[in-house]
Structures are given as structure tokens and as C-alpha cells.
Unconditional design. Structure first.
Length: 375
């Protein structure tokens, strides 16, 4: 790792769950070589990944990455063109959809407006064939337990239109859990909610998952949501799997520039690695032992930099704008003819920072990849 590397709060943030996810739990979900095309568009291209028993797996990627298509394959709403899906050792694709025991929650709730909350939750039980249908008293007990689980004990008699968006999503989750699923599939379940409600439901959902004890697959395009909730994260782009790992693994050691750039704000500069040294513009430092040789792209986070006087180490830069936001200061700098918006806090704020100030900017934890063809 480059000199003066420092751990960040993000390292601690993901480490405990990462350690837990690396335990010896058996695999429950195994996806092998799954491909799916719609006409000439390849939505999934030879995707292989696994989820452990009772694991919370996030499928993360931009629009069109294939994450929702993969979820629909698991739900039985799409049939792959190639590949295999096994759950608890069974050929999952050969099991009729009704017998897969999968609970699915959509972004827009999909609740029945003419039914009460309790009736919505009970729906999956009441439509079972007669020989498999629980008694009315058993259904009522199950609904009461689920209303308590999702913290809506007093709202069973209300209709969806009488609930907030967050409450409706809790009802949708309770309905998915009513059938006692082996696997819970969540397709952007918070996408229709505002940011504050999303944050409130995020920790609640993780706690619900832990109490329910089911394998959960969660689709999102929100990086923070995936890193905060999941035991492991599968990052997709253009129908291909780019990286699978714990939140700590994918954030601290991104497999490629796309993953690095997608998981947070990123700065990029060209450089060269020769004889164990990294050179970026007029800054030279020791290169990591694993760094590729020759022309490289150097990435660093805008909040992982150290500011120093011109006679110090780092990249020469000129401050072009400054904006204070509470304890944080956003410092726009011109480096090698490119404008970067950097961040500083408290003692890290350079003295006398103002437009026109020349200083040195030293990336603390740069990541180095072979140079892209587009330069």
C-alpha cells in the first residue's frame, strides 16, 4: 500500500459484517453460467455467483446491468437461455414457480387496494389449494404475528390508501413472509420512498431479515444502501458480474476501475509505474508491490487526501473555489489541467484556503489499474 496509507471509517463500517459473511455457512443459492437475452440485447452474460444460507446478498449495478433480470429468473418470471440455478441442492429452475416458496417484494408495493392490510398479508395463504390451506384461525394467528414483526400491530383493519409509503412497504414485506418463503427477493423495495424514509427502513429491513432467518436477495442501484445492508455484494455491469465480495472487500479492493468509480466519488489521473515507483505528474512515490507496470490510471477518493505546502509531497494544485458545509469544506482544485472537487474536515483544512492558493495534494490510498485505452 502506498506510503502514509491510513484506515478510514468505511473500513470499520463494513468489517464486522464482512467477518460474519466469511463464516462456514453452507451455500443455499448457486447460480452457474446464467445467460438471458431479449432479442439482440444480452441482459445477462454467463453470470455465476452464490449466496450462503440465511445470507443477505445485494445485487448492485446501474440501470441495464441485469440485476432485476437475474432476480426475475430466481422468481420464475423469466427463463434463462442458459445456465443453472440450484437452491439447497435442488434444480431450482425445474421446480414449478408456485412450489419454489419464494417471497417477492416490488418497488411499488403491488398491494390490493380493495383489501385491508390484514387481508393483503393473508392473501398468499388463502389462495393455496384447499389441502394446503391453513385454517382460518391459523391464518389469523400468522397475520397477527407478522403485523407485530413489521411493527404495524394496530393497522390490520386499514386499507393501503390510508398508510404512508413506508408502512405500505412494510405490509408488502409481511405479505411476502406470510408464505414462510425459503428465499426472499426484493426488487428496489425502497425506490419509491423519499431519502429519509429509505434510511429509516434500511436498518429495520436488516433486523427483519435477521429475525426471519431466510436467504435474501436484494436489488438496488444505491451503493450506500447495498454496502450498509448486505453480507455480500454482487456488482453487475452490462449483464456481467464484475465483483462479488463483502462490503469491505468490494469497497477497499475494487476489482476494476468501474467498481471503484461506481462505489463512490472518484478522482482519476494518468501515471506511470517503473522500477517500483509511481509517478503522477510531478509527484513520485513508492508503488505497491501489486501495481501493474507501465502506463496506469490512478484513482483516489476526494476525501482521502492530505493537503500540504508547495514544498511538501504530493500533486501540485491550485484552489479555484471553496464551499463550507458545516465541519466539511469542499475544495475545488485544478490539478494537471483537470478540476477535482476534494473534501477536507477540521485539522485537514489547509491554512488560508481560498481561490488562487497553490498547494500540494497527496492521495492517501490511491488504487492503481492498467491505463484504459481511451487514455
Amino acid at each position: 500500500m502506498p506510503e502514509n496509507s491510513q484506515p478510514t471509517a468505511d473500513t470499520d463500517r463494513f468489517s464486522a459484517r464482512g467477518a460474519a459473511a466469511n463464516g462456514a455457512s453452507p451455500l443455499s443459492l448457486e447460480i452457474s453460467g446464467v445467460s438471458k437475452s431479449f432479442g439482440r440485447f444480452p441482459a445477462l452474460n454467463d453470470v455465476s455467483l452464490q449466496a450462503r444460507d440465511k445470507e443477505f446478498l445485494a445485487l448492485l449495478g446501474p440501470s441495464g446491468s441485469g440485476k432485476t433480470t437475474l432476480l426475475r429468473v430466481l422468481a420464475g418470471l423469466e427463463r434463462p437461455d442458459a445456465g443453472e440455478v440450484r437452491f439447497d441442492g435442488e434444480d431450482f429452475l425445474s421446480i414449478p414457480v408456485r412450489r419454489r416458496k419464494v417471497g417477492m417484494v416490488f418497488q411499488h408495493y403491488a398491494l390490493f387496494r380493495h383489501m385491508t392490510v390484514a387481508q393483503n398479508i393473508a392473501f398468499g395463504l388463502t389462495v393455496r389449494p384447499r389441502r394446503e390451506r391453513p385454517s382460518k384461525s391459523d391464518v389469523a394467528d400468522r397475520v397477527a404475528d407478522l403485523l407485530k414483526l413489521v411493527q404495524l400491530e394496530d393497522l390490520g383493519g386499514r386499507f393501503p390508501a390510508q398508510l404512508s409509503g413506508g408502512q405500505r412497504q412494510r405490509v408488502a414485506l409481511a405479505r411476502a413472509l406470510a408464505i414462510e418463503p425459503r428465499m426472499l427477493l426484493l426488487d428496489e423495495p425502497f425506490g419509491a420512498l423519499d431519502a429519509q424514509v429509505r434510511r429509516e427502513l434500511r436498518r429495520w429491513l436488516r433486523d427483519l431479515h435477521d429475525r426471519a432467518g431466510v436467504t435474501t436477495v436484494f436489488v438496488t442501484h444505491d451503493q450506500e444502501e447495498a454496502l450498509d445492508l448486505a453480507d455480500r455484494v454482487a456488482i453487475l455491469k452490462d449483464g456481467t458480474l464484475r465483483q462479488l465480495g463483502t462490503p469491505n472487500e468490494v469497497y477497499e479492493n475494487p476489482a476494476d476501475p468501474f467498481v471503484y468509480d461506481f462505489l463512490g466519488a472518484a478522482c482519476r489521473l494518468p501515471g506511470v509505474v517503473e522500477d517500483g515507483r509511481l509517478t503522477v505528474a510531478d509527484w513520485e512515490t513508492k508503488a505497491p508491490a501489486t501495481a501493474p507496470q507501465g502506463r496506469v490510471d490512478v484513482f483516489f477518493r476526494p476525501n482521502e487526501v492530505m493537503f500540504a505546502p508547495l514544498d511538501g509531497a504530493g500533486l501540485a494544485g491550485e484552489v479555484t473555489a471553496v464551499a463550507a458545509r458545516g465541519p466539511d469544506v469542499r475544495i475545488e482544485c485544478l490539478i494537471e489541467g483537470r478540476t477535482f472537487e476534494l473534501e477536507a474536515r477540521g485539522p485537514g483544512i489547509p491554512s488560508g484556503v481560498a481561490p488562487g492558493l497553490s498547494l500540494r495534494i497527496k492521495p492517501l490510498r490511491p488504487k492503481i489499474y492498467p491505463a484504459r485505452a481511451d487514455g
